[in-house]
Design a protein around this ligand. Structure first.
Ligand code: PMP
Length: 362
């Protein structure tokens, strides 16, 4: 079969080396005669997997020792509830910055637990969609925390500034679609969370990084499996964790280290994004309507000038081994998700195809 490059937004492509290793050891893991899926999460073999994965993840993101890493269930949406339930304390409001679909979805969940102060950060710069700079975000005085999403997976919008609101503002951020793609100054955040299925590993695992002084404040109605303190006290094994996803994510962390870590990913991601946006910008056949400063390097939505060609573009790209380029249903057009596992060769194949398609149909 010809090589396939999978541009899915998530669950997304995983590194081929990781999948091959998982395949090799699937039925007989570490000589046990069973797979890693079939052993107790409390046995010494799995504990070793769990601890190594956490250590590698900490190394990759340079996570300071006063932060806990929790391996949870529930995905990004689980944390839309987890964040207010753990951070509100006796406060009744929190600041929610709205720059796209996922930030808005977090607000819809938060209204169950508080009265969010929604900060509309959407703006237009030179006719293109953009996000207001952080200095223009009007924070309220009585907010328990500030929530934002640095990479809007559907809109293809990124907020690249690092928060700097002073030590009294607890920042909670949804890094579901950008974690591990570039370095993060963790100390600027109170809570960072990410569903695994884009840049970490398979769906089913969610990672939470939480500053330890924020523990112990969960609402009494907070389900135990979302309670950061309960999870931390039980080494993320209060209930049975998604063991296979945890193991496979651990393999991805090892692979990332072999590639040169997050700094190396940052460089490659920059090259991939420049190649793809360059191809779009150098043509009247394709367009992207996000302002340069806010363009996502992970999710690149683009439209064909003639949307009547969308169907043909999708059929022909699929036949050429370029899969899952259909844009999200709320946006339409195309979207190429180019997370860490997507090699430069995949983006090269996509841009070659785009130029060829334009030549034939432009
Ligand atoms: N936040 C972001 C930025 C996302 O991209 C997604 C999923 N695409 C979610 C949250 C929701 O994640 P989940 O489906 O894991 O709940």
């Amino acid at each position: 079969m010809a090589q396939v490059f999978n541009f899915s937004s998530g669950p997304a492509m995983l590194p081929a080396d990781v999948l091959q290793l998982a395949q090799q050891e699937l039925c007989d893991w570490q000589g046990l005669g069973t797979s890693v899926m079939e052993i107790s999460h409390r046995g010494k073999e799995f504990i070793q997997v769990a601890e190594t994965a956490e250590k590698d993840f900490r190394d990759l993101l340079n996570i300071p020792s006063n932060y806990k890493v929790l391996f949870c269930h529930g995905g990004g949406r689980g944390q839309f509830a987890g964040v207010p339930l753990n951070l509100l304390g006796d406060k009744t409001t929190a600041d929610y910055v709205d720059a796209g679909y996922w930030a808005e979805s977090a607000v819809k969940e938060a209204v169950k637990y508080c009265s969010p102060n929604v900060i509309d950060a959407k703006t237009i710069v030179d006719g293109k969609r953009a996000v207001k700079p952080m200095r223009d975000w009007q924070l309220s005085d009585n907010a328990a925390y500030l929530h934002y999403c640095p990479n809007e997976t559907i809109d293809g919008i990124a907020i690249n500034e690092m928060p700097n609101f002073g030590k009294d503002v607890v920042v909670a951020a949804d890094f579901s679609s950008s974690i591990l793609s570039s370095p993060i100054d963790i100390s600027r955040f109170g809570v960072i969370y990410a569903g695994a299925q884009k840049n970490i590993g398979p769906a089913g695992l969610t990672l939470v990084i939480v500053r330890e002084d924020l523990l112990g404040k969960a609402h009494k109605m907070c389900p135990s499996i979302l309670d950061y303190t309960v999870l931390n006290d039980n080494d993320s094994m209060f209930n049975t964790p998604p063991t296979f996803a945890w193991y496979l994510s651990g393999l991805v962390f090892k692979w990332l280290k072999e590639q040169g870590g997050v700094a190396a990913m940052d460089r490659i991601n920059q090259q991939k994004a420049e190649l793809l946006y360059g191809t779009i910008d150098n043509s009247d056949f394709y367009r992207n309507d996000v302002a340069t400063a806010n363009r996502s390097r992970m999710n690149v939505p683009f439209q064909l000038a003639d949307s009547a060609l969308d169907k043909l573009f999708l059929e022909e790209s699929f036949a050429a081994g370029l899969h899952a380029l259909k844009g999200h249903r709320v946006v339409g057009g195309m979207r190429a998700s180019i997370y860490n596992a997507m090699p430069l060769a995949g983006v090269q194949a996509l841009t070659d195809f785009m130029k060829e398609f334009e030549r034939r149909h432009g």
